[in-house]
Design a protein around this ligand. Structure first.
Ligand SMILES: Cc1cc2nc3c(=O)[nH]c(=O)nc-3n(C[C@H](O)[C@H](O)[C@H](O)COP(=O)(O)OP(=O)(O)OC[C@H]3O[C@@H](n4cnc5c(N)ncnc54)[C@H](O)[C@@H]3O)c2cc1C
Length: 492
């Protein structure tokens, strides 16, 4: 009997009715939130020859032991497996390029244990991030996720190293590609100190399925405060950001928005008066025109537009005011204007709004995507300028800086375009990615900070890692000799 003919009986034995091979489910699980797929499916003018890559079956296990059984079955039948969280990834990480079995973990969505003394929570990784935060808040705790997508799961955050959740990871449970259930932890008595975590966190489901995680949690802060600080040059804003993070202050938010990002994404209180006027004019019909004539956005560089840093602190009121005082004094070193709490509060309210603009833009026949890169502070402004120069005459381009550490910082470029034809849109979209990745590698940046590599950036990963890729491939071969765990992703 052929492998796929055996599947229905075997799956029913393991999961009962919690699996499906219906055409509707196979189509639903053929994609993630990658902009390129949305573009191909955009409307009647999309690609008539585009054939989604469907899985053969979709499975919904309820615990790690069922995941073990599914992985052992897939090994025996040599069937590819794709771990699936919320499907909100934007790099094609869950696309079943060789068909096979989707393992959707969303039924594994419980907080198993809260340890008040240690300040930790044991959580099943299929839990949605927003639900996890809401449930923790009800018990007086928080994870302080920055700005995660509403539909992402804890497993997806860990697999793609999103939302800084990795920094809170104490222990985890993983099903390896051979179907063994293993645990690793920060406090393991290991010598030499091998960081087992690096095999599974950030490897996008290519080396195993993370089923459970112990995370460090914090008591809900009694107060939080956000404010906006304006600078008349990007260089000054970046220096202020670096001084704040290198002074060991502990902001919960530190985001620097370039002028166009303020215009398009946060166009009320965060904007200066010139930016507000410009935005009103653009909204009266100009926005569409600007998408088709992105070269005109370069003229904005001639206006006295400011950049704005959003900084937020949480904790006791005295702690917050002390930290804010130091942050403001550091900003004054590079000439800054304190805009008070208004822009910060507005940023907090509207931080998910840019995501809601995406469907509208596609509906109107355009496209939009985000390129996130990162580098060390000494190369940061150069990286921003080089990518901006390479792209700003092709598409409308805006950026913000975030995820600052004492050594490095990430840049998220959002680009949007519209040519009037599907073929030209697709060609332009692909050209923008290629140019951005090439420029990033030449400027000393890393091609991904928190969205992952998936299929989209796989061609560039080998160039970034050079000889290390050989080591990575050898490790993968040892862990997954049958090559069934999320094949094709991360160039593996
Ligand atoms: C509108 C929007 C806004 C976004 N905003 C942000 C943002 O602010 N910050 C950010 O970092 N990202 C953001 N993202 C990207 C996305 O939400 C993250 O990459 C997120 O981590 C994906 O989680 P998920 O559960 O949806 O994973 P999925 O898309 O289901 O999977 C992503 C990858 O992880 C693997 N995977 C999933 N679960 C597991 C598991 N348990 N074990 C092993 N591998 C697994 C998959 O195989 C795949 O390779 C955004 C996306 C959208 C669409």
């Amino acid at each position: 009997m052929k492998p796929y003919e055996q599947l229905p009986r075997e799956l029913t034995r393991i999961l009962g009715e919690r699996w499906s091979d219906t055409a509707a489910n196979r189509l639903l699980y053929s994609r993630d939130m990658s902009a390129e797929i949305t573009l191909k499916l955009r409307d009647q003018s999309g690609d008539p020859n585009f054939a989604p890559m469907r899985p053969h079956v979709v499975c919904w296990p309820e615990d790690a032991h069922e995941v073990v059984k599914l992985v052992k079955l897939a090994n025996r039948l040599k069937i590819p497996i794709v771990p699936f969280g919320g499907g909100s990834g934007v790099v094609g990480g869950t696309i079943p390029v060789r068909g096979g079995m989707i393992i959707d973990l969303k039924r594994m969505d419980k907080i198993l244990k809260l340890n008040n003394e240690q300040g930790t929570a044991d959580i099943e990784t299929g839990m949605l991030g927003w639900k996890l935060e809401a449930e923790l808040n009800r018990t007086g705790y928080t994870l302080h996720f920055p700005t995660p997508a509403r539909s992402a799961t804890l497993g997806g955050y860990l697999a793609a190293r999103s939302a800084d959740v990795e920094d809170r990871l104490e222990e985890a449970e993983v099903v390896t590609p051979r179907g063994e259930l293993i645990r690793f932890g920060r406090h393991a008595k290991l010598f030499p100190k091998i960081r087992t975590k690096d095999l599974f966190v950030g490897t996008e489901g290519t080396c195993g399925i993370i089923t459970k995680a112990r995370l460090k949690i914090q008591p809900l802060p009694p107060a939080e405060c956000y404010r906006g600080i304006s600078f008349n040059r990007l260089e000054s804003g970046l220096m202020a950001m670096r001084l704040i993070i290198q002074a060991n202050l502990r902001p919960t938010v530190l985001h620097l928005h370039d002028p166009l990002s303020l215009l398009f994404e946060h166009s009320r209180e965060t904007s200066t008066s010139e930016q507000k006027t410009l935005m009103t004019q653009l909204k009266q019909g100009g926005q569409n025109w600007l998408l088709q004539h992105p070269r005109m956005t370069t003229l904005l560089n001639l206006l006295p537009l400011e950049v704005i840093l959003i900084v937020g602190f949480a904790g006791e009121k005295t702690f917050i005011s002390e930290q804010e005082k130091i942050a403001l004094s550091l900003c004054q070193k590079v000439i800054a204007r304190d805009l008070g709490p208004g822009p910060g509060e507005q940023w907090k309210q509207q931080r998910h709004h840019p995501s809601f603009m995406i469907p509208q833009l596609f509906d109107e026949g355009g496209f939009m995507d985000t390129i996130e890169v990162a580098t060390t502070w000494d190369l940061l402004e150069g990286l921003y300028q080089k990518i901006t120069r390479a792209l700003q005459h092709k598409v409308c381009l805006m950026a913000h800086f975030s995820h600052a550490t004492p050594d490095s910082c990430a840049i998220s470029f959002t680009f949007a375009g519209k040519t009037g034809s599907y073929e030209q849109d697709l060609a332009l979209y692909q050209e923008v990615w290629q140019e951005a990745m090439e420029t990033c590698l030449l400027a000393g940046g890393t091609i991904s900070h928190q969205h992952g590599i998936g299929l989209l950036k796989a061609p560039y990963l080998e160039r970034e890692l050079e000889n290390c890729m050989k080591v990575f491939k050898a490790v993968k071969k040892k862990l997954d000799p049958a090559g069934i765990m999320n094949p094709g992703k991360m160039s593996l």
